[in-house]
Design a protein around this ligand. Sequence first.
Ligand SMILES: CC(=O)N[C@H]1[C@@H](OP(=O)(O)OP(=O)(O)OC[C@H]2O[C@@H](n3ccc(=O)[nH]c3=O)[C@H](O)[C@@H]2O)O[C@H](CO)[C@@H](O)[C@@H]1O
Ligand SMILES: C=C(OP(=O)(O)O)C(=O)O
Length: 424
Amino acid sequence: MDRFRVTGGARLAGEVRITGAKNSALKLMAAALLAEGETTLEEVPRILDVQIMSELLRRLGCVVEGETSGTVRIDVPASPGYEADYDLVRSMRASICVLGPLLARCGEVHVAFPGGDAIGSRGLDMHIDGLVKLGATVENEHGYLIAKAPKGLVGTPVWLDFPSVGATENILMAAVLAKGTTVIDNAAREPEIVDICTMLTEMGAKIEGAGSSTIEIHGVEGLSPIVHRTVPDRIVAGTFAVAAAVTHGDVTVRNARPEHLEIALDKLTVSGASVTSTDDGFRVVMDRRPGAVDVVTLPYPGFATDMQPQFAVLNAVSDGHAMITENIFEARFVFLQELLRLGASIRTDGHHAIVRGVDRLSGAPVLATDVRAGAGLVLAGLVADGETLVSGVHHIDRGYDDLVNQITALGGSVLREPEPESRF
Ligand SMILES: CC(=O)N[C@H]1[C@@H](OP(=O)(O)OP(=O)(O)OC[C@H]2O[C@@H](n3ccc(=O)[nH]c3=O)[C@H](O)[C@@H]2O)O[C@H](CO)[C@@H](O)[C@@H]1O
Ligand SMILES: C=C(OP(=O)(O)O)C(=O)O
């Protein structure tokens, strides 16, 4: 296991280029299963989760190349396997996204219950209900979800209790090969949903309404492999935007879409930063201590839960106090415990947290408990006095492509080093 040694005090300045989104690329890789032949995905981040998904696809009989190069080629056989094993699936929530495409392609799929970061209970009821409405039987046996539709799936109206990203994606990927029309109501509207709909359409699917709450899918007989470029990672872009703000820096974020980060960038402006659009991204300049900003997480286009820890750090060093409300994942505040070690002033009450800005954070050993908690702790380390040792960096590796070198290039000090073994 490695850890990061972050030395605080530097002002981040310069340019950073963002790659494609983890939360899109993983689903695009699963969507490749829908067509026999070679699909090529560009701008795929070189992250741990992509390696896990590549291995999962290999176990299903695909030939996967290039996962450490940014361009991934996936050659899908005529009859892929249909069993996604526990040893891979348990480490990554997104592995559940093979459920829909394999059910559509094979008529049967066995997927172990997925794991992932400890940010709350993460149900699958909407995934299952949607597939059942499309005509599948789904059973839970010995830790595996077993879905069957030997006669194929049939299009139908499906409404979701909550605009779940994963459930929308699974139902969508199952419906593209179903007979007839499926309408998903209260669908998720994230840019990553639009990205997968764009890819599926390029493959020959008939989809209307991507990016709205109602997605209509007219099933087709078959899909073809294509070349597709992954949408830029709005959460990584947002992480660098906050890094610029908390370090009183001047960072230009390239290959980013400011329109996907509207509320977060607006909050930074309210906090005192200057945020301007550039040719292929945006620039954040901060010349004062950040002002505090309230944050309420909601499904897109609301404020992203995946940006909540970064804004907790901004508020922790602000010149005021703010309330953070977490509506998506009940355990995401576990991260705040680690910020307390650095001297932050935070009080939580259920899904609310009051963060009072302090004059200084003080470097300390801390533990990353999920991917964004890890990013938040790195940001906190960049502004804390002295050294912050961030353990659990495999969580950060799940979603950040080359974070250490990117921060170093901006003038920050983050070193990766082996974590000494603890006897306890
Ligand atoms: C790999 C990936 O893309 N991860 C993202 C995805 O996760 P993910 O797709 O898992 O998130 P969902 O939108 O499905 O989950 C949102 C909420 O709905 C609940 N729920 C979901 C499905 C279900 O069947 N039953 C149920 O109760 C979850 O427990 C959670 O409380 O969207 C989240 C919300 O934007 C992001 O934070 C994650 O980074
Ligand atoms: C929660 C996240 O990811 P996952 O759903 O893959 O755990 C995230 O990207 O912040």
